[in-house]
Design a protein around this ligand. Structure first.
Ligand SMILES: Cc1cc2nc3c(=O)[nH]c(=O)nc-3n(C[C@H](O)[C@H](O)[C@H](O)COP(=O)(O)OP(=O)(O)OC[C@H]3O[C@@H](n4cnc5c(N)ncnc54)[C@H](O)[C@@H]3O)c2cc1C
Length: 600
C-alpha cells in the first residue's frame, strides 16, 4: 500500500511556509530552511534565473522580493504524492504568485528545506490557448469576404516587419531560435526569427556529413511536439534538420530565411532596437523592443593562427566548414584537436580511406556513448524512464532541481562507475598515447559542458580507431607551423598534409554581440556560458548559474538563448515568459542581475 505519511508531512510543511510567507514573516520562513540549503528560482520570485545558496541569501532575496511576489496556495502538486528515501522527503509542489502560477520541487532534510525549485508555469490572464481554450480553427457560420487560415497567415507574413513591427526579434534560426519562437507564438508575442541560411535546419545540414546527435531522443524533444515513438535514438543531422523545418512550418513561425542581421543598436530613450537585416538582397530595418541572440554557442568558430597557413597548398578549414571526407581518399589528413568534432571527422576520413593523424595538445574527457546513456542519463532520459512513467517535463525539472553548486557531487560517482566499467578501454587509449582526463574534479562530461562547453568526446567508435592505431595520434604537442605540404609540430615531427582540419572549438556568444551590436555592449554583458567554477576555461568567482543565458543581462532588452536541445526546450519556457510579461507591461523587477567578471 502506498505510504501516505510523507504527504501529511509535506502538506504540513507547505502550510507553515505558506503562512510565514503570506504574513511577510521572513525570519519564520527562513527558519524553515536547512542551514545547508539551495533555492533555485526560475523567474517566479526573482524575474531572473537565480540560485540562493544558504539562509542568508534566501533572507536577502525574500526581503527584496516577498512583498511584490505575494506567493500563496503552496501545496503538493495535483495528482502527486510526496515520497521519502534515505532521510530525504521530496515532493512536486505548486503555488501561485500575484501574477503567475508556479510549479516546483522540494527536498526536505531533517524537516527543513534542503533544495527548493520554483518555476513559472504561466502568467495569470495570459495562459497559452490549450485544452478547452484551444483555437477553433474553423469559423462556423457564414460571412462575406471571410479570410481563410492561409490568407490570414499570408497577411501576417506580409505585414510583420513592414507595416507592423514585431515585439521581439530573434537572431539565429537554429533549434534555439525555433524553440523560443514556438513558445512566443503560443504566448501571442509578435516575433520574427532572422536566419542567414536558406531553410530551418540548415545549421545542422551544413555540418560534416557523418554527424549524428550525440544525445539520445528522450533528451532532445522540442516544446509542444515530441518526436514520434519510432524516431531513432541518435538523430542523423539531416533528419533533425528536416524535423526543424517541419516544426517551423506547423508551429506557424515567422521565419525569415536567407536573411542576415548586419547591425543592431539600442536606443535607451525610446527603449527600442534598430535591427538592420539583409533580406533577399534588400536592406530592411526592424524596430523590436526585445532582441534575442540565438546565434549558437557552437557557432562562433575559434580559428587558430599558425605561421605558414598562408603558404599551405592543401585544403584547410575549421571543423564547422568541413565538407566531409569524400574527396580525401588516399590523402594525408591532419586534424588539429581532440574533442567531439575532431573524433567524428577523423573517423569519417579514415572510413573514406584517408591517412589520418589527430594532433592532441591537451587532455580530453572520453566517455563511451552506451556508458553515458546507461549510467549518466537513463534514470531521466531513456526508454526505461519513459516506461516507468517519467515525462520529459518532470525529467527537466528534476535535473533543474539539483543546485549547480553541488551538482558535481552527484556526477563524480557516476563517472567513477564509468571509469571502472570501462577501465580496459581507458587503459588501451592511454597505451596509444591519448591524454585522458575526467574533468578537473573528476565530475565528467556534463559538468565540463556546463562549465566550458567543450573538452570531451562521446565515443561512438572513433576511440577504437585511435586505440588500435588506425587513426594516428600525436599527443602533448602543438602545431609550430605549416609548410606548403606539411604540418610541423612543436616536437619537430613533420606530418605530410593534403588537408588540415582545425577542430579547435568555438568562442563565447558575446562575440556575436561584438560583431552585431558593439564591442562596448559585448563587454558590458561579458562572457556568456560557464558557472564560475574556477576550473579550466571557467574562471571564478562563482556565479551559481550559467552566465547570461536565458535571463536578463547588463544590457536592457538583450537576451542570449541556446544550448543543447534539452536546454533550448527547457529554458525557452522561462525566457518566453520573461518576454511576454514585459510585453504586457507586468512589472518585472529583476533581483540580482549578475555582475560581469570576464569580458569573453
Ligand atoms: C559537431 C557538433 C555536434 C553537436 N552535437 C549535439 C548534440 O548531439 N545534441 C545537441 O543538443 N547539441 C549538439 N551540438 C551543439 C549544437 O551546436 C547545438 O545544440 C545547436 O546547434 C545549437 O542550436 P542553436 O540554435 O543555439 O545554434 P545554431 O544551430 O548554431 O544556430 C544559430 C543560427 O544562427 C544563425 N546566424 C548567426 N549569425 C547570424 C546573423 N548575423 N544573421 C542571421 N542568422 C545568423 C546561423 O546561421 C545559425 O543557423 C553539437 C554541435 C556541434 C558543432
Amino acid at each position: 500500500m502506498l505510504d501516505k505519511a510523507p504527504n501529511g508531512k509535506v502538506s504540513d510543511f507547505l502550510s507553515a511556509l505558506d503562512k510565514a510567507l503570506s504574513a511577510g514573516e521572513i525570519e519564520h520562513a527562513v527558519d524553515l530552511f536547512h542551514a545547508d540549503c539551495y533555492w533555485r528560482d526560475l523567474v517566479t520570485f526573482t524575474w531572473n534565473i537565480k540560485t540562493m545558496e544558504g539562509k542568508d541569501q534566501v533572507r536577502d532575496m525574500l526581503k527584496a522580493r516577498l512583498a511584490d511576489t505575494k506567493p500563496s496556495n503552496w501545496k503538493i502538486a495535483e495528482g502527486e504524492d510526496a515520497s521519502e528515501a534515505d532521510g530525504i522527503t521530496e515532493s512536486w509542489i505548486q503555488f501561485e504568485t500575484e501574477v503567475a502560477r508556479g510549479f516546483g520541487h522540494m527536498r526536505l532534510k531533517d524537516g527543513r528545506i534542503w533544495t527548493l525549485l520554483t518555476t513559472m508555469s504561466e502568467l495569470k490572464g495570459h495562459e497559452e490557448p490549450v485544452g478547452f481554450d484551444r483555437p477553433m480553427g474553423a469559423k462556423h457560420g457564414a460571412e462575406r469576404n471571410r479570410k481563410t487560415w492561409k490568407e490570414e497567415r499570408d497577411a501576417e507574413a506580409a505585414e510583420l516587419g513592414y507595416s507592423r513591427q514585431p515585439y521581439c526579434v530573434i537572431i539565429g534560426g537554429g533549434q534555439g531560435g525555433i524553440a523560443l519562437g514556438a513558445r512566443l507564438r503560443q504566448l501571442n508575442v509578435p516575433t520574427i526569427i532572422i536566419e542567414k541560411n536558406e531553410r530551418p535546419g540548415d545549421s545542422w545540414r551544413k555540418r560534416y556529413k557523418s554527424l549524428c546527435l550525440h544525445d539520445p531522443v528522450w533528451y532532445d524533444h522540442l516544446p509542444y511536439l515530441p518526436f514520434p515513438r519510432n524516431w531513432p535514438v541518435f538523430s542523423p543531422k539531416d533528419k533533425i534538420g528536416d524535423w526543424l523545418e517541419m516544426y517551423t512550418k506547423v508551429m506557424e513561425l515567422n521565419y525569415w530565411g536567407s536573411t542576415e542581421c548586419k547591425k543592431a543598436f539600442y536606443d535607451e530613450k525610446s527603449r527600442e532596437w534598430t535591427v538592420v537585416v539583409q533580406r533577399d538582397g534588400q536592406e530592411t530595418v526592424l524596430k523590436p523592443k526585445q532582441l534575442v541572440l540565438a546565434t549558437g554557442m557552437s557557432a562562433k568558430a575559434n580559428m587558430p593562427k599558425f605561421e605558414g597557413m598562408d603558404i599551405f597548398k592543401g585544403d584547410q578549414h575549421h571543423s564547422s566548414q568541413h565538407p566531409g571526407p569524400d574527396k580525401y581518399k588516399n590523402k594525408n589528413a591532419v586534424v588539429i584537436g581532440s574533442n567531439n568534432s575532431a573524433h567524428d571527422i577523423c573517423a569519417a576520413l579514415w572510413e573514406a580511406g584517408a591517412d589520418v593523424t589527430m594532433v592532441q595538445r591537451s587532455s580530453t574527457h572520453i566517455v563511451k556513448s552506451d556508458s553515458l546513456m546507461e549510467l549518466g542519463l537513463a534514470s531521466l532520459y531513456s526508454e526505461q524512464a519513459v516506461q516507468s512513467g517519467m515525462t520529459t517535463a518532470k525529467a527537466d525539472l528534476i535535473f533543474a532541481s539539483l543546485p549547480y553548486k553541488i551538482l558535481h557531487e552527484f556526477q563524480i560517482p557516476v563517472y567513477n562507475a564509468i571509469r571502472q566499467r570501462d577501465a580496459d578501454f581507458y587503459k588501451r587509449l592511454e597505451k596509444a598515447g591519448f591524454l585522458l582526463d575526467y574533468g578537473d574534479d573528476d565530475s565528467g562530461l556534463f559538468m565540463k559542458y556546463l562549465r566550458r562547453g567543450s573538452g570531451y568526446y562521446i565515443d561512438v567508435g572513433a576511440s577504437e580507431l585511435i586505440a588500435n592505431g588506425s587513426v594516428k595520434l600525436k599527443s602533448g604537442v602543438d602545431v609550430k607551423r605549416l609548410t606548403e605540404h606539411s604540418v610541423i609540430l612543436s616536437d619537430g615531427t613533420e606530418l605530410p598534409a593534403d588537408l588540415v582540419v582545425y577542430a579547435t572549438g568555438y568562442g563565447s556568444m558575446n562575440g556575436w554581440a561584438a560583431d552585431l551590436i558593439s564591442r562596448e555592449v559585448a563587454d558590458k554583458v561579458g562572457k556568456v556560458w560557464g558557472l564560475g567554477s574556477n576550473t579550466t576555461k571557467d574562471p571564478g568567482p562563482w556565479e551559481g548559474e550559467q552566465r547570461n543565458m536565458w535571463k536578463p543581462t547588463q544590457q536592457e532588452a538583450l537576451w542570449f538563448h541556446g544550448g543543447n536541445l534539452h536546454q533550448s526546450r527547457h529554458y525557452s519556457q522561462f525566457l518566453s515568459l520573461q518576454l511576454k510579461a514585459r510585453m504586457e507591461g507586468i512589472p518585472t523587477p529583476v533581483y540580482g542581475v549578475q555582475t560581469v567578471h570576464h569580458l569573453g
